[in-house]
Every structure is written in C-alpha cells, then in structure tokens.
Design a binder for this molecule. Sequence first.
Ligand SMILES: [Zn+2]
Ligand SMILES: [Zn+2]
Ligand SMILES: [Zn+2]
Length: 491
Amino acid sequence: MSAESPGQKQGFKSFLSNALRPKKSRQTLRKGSRSTTDLRLAARPSIDEGPPPPLPPPPMPELAPLHAHRLKYKDLHAQVDSQLGERRDYTEIIHSLGTLGSDDDDHALRYSQNIHRPPGEGDIASLPPKLWGQIASYLDPAEAASLAITSITLYRRLGPGYFRELAHPQNLPYKITFLAGLDLSLPNHLLCIPCARYHTRTQRGTERLRPTHILNPLFACPNSTNALNPPPRHRITHGRMLPFTFVQLTMRAHRFGPSYGLTPDALARRWQRDNWSHTSRFHIHAGRLLMRVTSQTFAAPALTPSAQRMLLFSREDYWPYFSACAHWRDGELMPACKCALEHIPRPRSTGGLQGLEHKVKDRWTGGVFDPNALTTLCGFCRPMRRCPECPTEYLIEVKLCEDRADGRFKQAITVTRWTDLGDGKTPDGIQWAAINGCSEEYDSFQHEHYAKRGIASIFEAAFTSDTLPGQRVVSLNPKMKKLGEKGNDWY
Ligand SMILES: [Zn+2]
Ligand SMILES: [Zn+2]
Ligand SMILES: [Zn+2]
C-alpha cells in the first residue's frame, strides 16, 4: 500500500497538470489566423466539457500541409525569368493540377492564375520550327493538325502541311477525329460523318428521333440521298434506327451544355409494331451513352416451333422483333427465347380418359389448372446474357400482363436489351463499332468498363424506381462459335 501511494499521487499530479496545461490547439487558435484549418478547429464541439483526451494532440503546423504546398508552388510559379519570360519550374502545371481541388477558392485561384499568367507565346517561339516539326512527327495526323491550330505562333512554326495531309482520302478517320475535336466551338453545327464537314443544324434544339420511314434531316447534306455513303446508324428494332448524329447531340450537350444538343431523356420513346410493344430509355454513365430497350409481346402456351418463329422473327428481314446487337445469330439468344416460351403453363386436355384422370386428380388435390400461374424459367433461359463481342446484355422474362384489348391478364415474353453506345465522338469509337459488328477487338468480359459490373446493373442503379433482381451474367456465346447466318441454331 505504502509503495503504491506515491505512484498513485504522482499519477494524479500528472493527470492534473496535463488537464490544466493549455492545449496546443488552443495556442494555435490564439494566433488568430483565419485559415480554413483553424476555422475547422473552432467549429469543433468544445473538448473542455468532456473528459480530457488520453494523449495531447500533436502540435499543429501554422498551415495545413496541402495549403503550404500550394503556396510554395504559387511562389515558384511567380518566378519568371526576366530575359526569356519562361517559368523556372516546369513541373508547376502538373503540380497545380494535382494540388488544386475543386472548391470555389481554388476555382477563383485558377481563374486569376489564367488571367495573370504571362502569355506562353514566348515559350513556343523560343523553340526552333525544326524542333516543333520533330515533336509533331511523333503525333498521328489528327493530333498534329490539332497542335498546329492551337495558336497562331504554332501555326507559323508548323505550317499548313498537316491540314493538307488530313485531306488525303486514306486519312479520313483522322480528319473526322480532328473535326470532332472542334465541337466545343460549334454549338450551332453538327459534324456530318459522310461529308466529313460541319453542317448548320436546321432543327436546332427540336431534333427528335423518328421512325425510319419518316424523313428527318437534321441538316442540309449533299450526301443525304447517296446510298453508297450512308450516315452511320444503329438498328434498334424493325423500322427504328438510332442515327449516330443523335448520340453526338446527346454527348455534346452532356460535355459542353444544353445549347449543344439533347438530353438523354429526349431520346426515350415508346412504340408498337407487329404486336410487339417497345420502350427505349437512355442514360449517360462515365462519359458514354447507355440504352435500354424493353420489347414485349403476348405469347400463347404450347406454341409449335414454327409458331415460335412467327412470334419471334420478322418475315421481312428475318431479324428478331426485339432489339438485338449485330451478333445475335451466334450463341444462345434465340434458343433461350424458345426455351422461355416452353415454360408457359399449358392447359390440360379435358377430353378422353386422360382428361378424366386430370379432373379426378384436380378434385382430389383441391387444385385446378390455372392459366395465370407464375412462370418459372430454368437455368438456361433465366440468367442475364452478355454478348462476348460487344457491350450488350439481354434478359428474357415471362410474366403476366394485362391485355388492354380485352382487359384479361395473359402471359407475355419480355426481352430487355442494355447496350453501350459509346462516347459519341466518332463512329470509330470502340463501343459503337462493336455493337454494329465492325470491330473484332472488343471482349466484353475482359474490357475494363464491364469486367466487374454489368451494363444492366449500372443502368438500373441510375433509376431507383426500376429495381432489378440480382442476376448472374453468363456469356451469350459460351462456345464462341461464329457462324453468323450459316449457323443452324438461330432460326
Ligand atoms: Zn453531309
Ligand atoms: Zn428455360
Ligand atoms: Zn454483340
């Protein structure tokens, strides 16, 4: 006991002195600086009321490290060589990108830096034209031309040769990439892909997606009637196309502002054709336009194979009535649709001995045949299917729906397709090329965008009202057999 008491006393003493010692944080506050870090401390609930903290807080620096870092680089930025007008620290730009946040203060700071920044023309002019030519030689024709129009000084250094190069027919994809880069300065125009030039928008702000048979020019184009040079477009369903111009308009408006085009909601449509009803909806995710098309038709039970084909295929072009990517003939999309149709409950035969047996059985079990019974799909036709060659996913469902014609509930097959239409810059974009069957490179299970999370899952998460049950995603073409029209399974 006697050995413990001095220790206890000492402990109590140090506890008291610790509690009474002015806190480091309080010292910092007394300095009265109005930096954000101190304000944040002042806004903290008072610590004095509660029990003392077990450890004193570490000493506070006068400035937050990030703030100090910014000031240091601001100082360096101010050091401009009086002879050449060059900045001494070339890493400033990169650092300022990393250290400047997006809050209002930083916006103002960046803005004032841009205004007061000495013009870079001196820096550009200080390098000989030969060196600029060498720099441009590392760039592709589109990038080199973009560099040449950056400023009048650069244009004088690099000359008009890069624009003449773009005019070569073999450089057409580069020309389109270069022109697409001018979108920001041309809100009243649209880049026409067949002409590789900008036309004035004739329906500015009122552009609407219309069925294919309705003439719907968005600009006056000399190639509009040239069947050999058609504008890029994607088939949604029979008689419905999505021209690339609408993807351009939507993505431009997303990137630069409403005056540049349309919102994704303006593309949404509902239509009916050949006993199928379709609903399309659009959503922008991570700089790319996503589309969902839901197609539905009533399906009678126990259809024969030929009746199943009548139900699923258009006799005009032997495409499915629902929306499909360019690879729908390969793999298991059509067999899965037919499998789903097989699951629709069949009425029992009521005649003959078998019918009598059923009647007795039904009375014995107290149950009767119910045409409105829920349809359960099997492990083959139920899972979400993803096309391995393009960013497209399909889901097949069979459910009861009300037929407005007679007010009765009937079984209906629904095929929903989710697809990624790309960034809308050029039709050579990897997603647009893949869904139209123009790219062999795309692997949807390996591609970084959808390796971890499906297109449907991303799309449905954006609309909380439409919740999608957890689905496992399997390949539409697990054996990767590519026979196209020559294959036997699709029809
Ligand atoms: Zn044109
Ligand atoms: Zn099945
Ligand atoms: Zn596909």
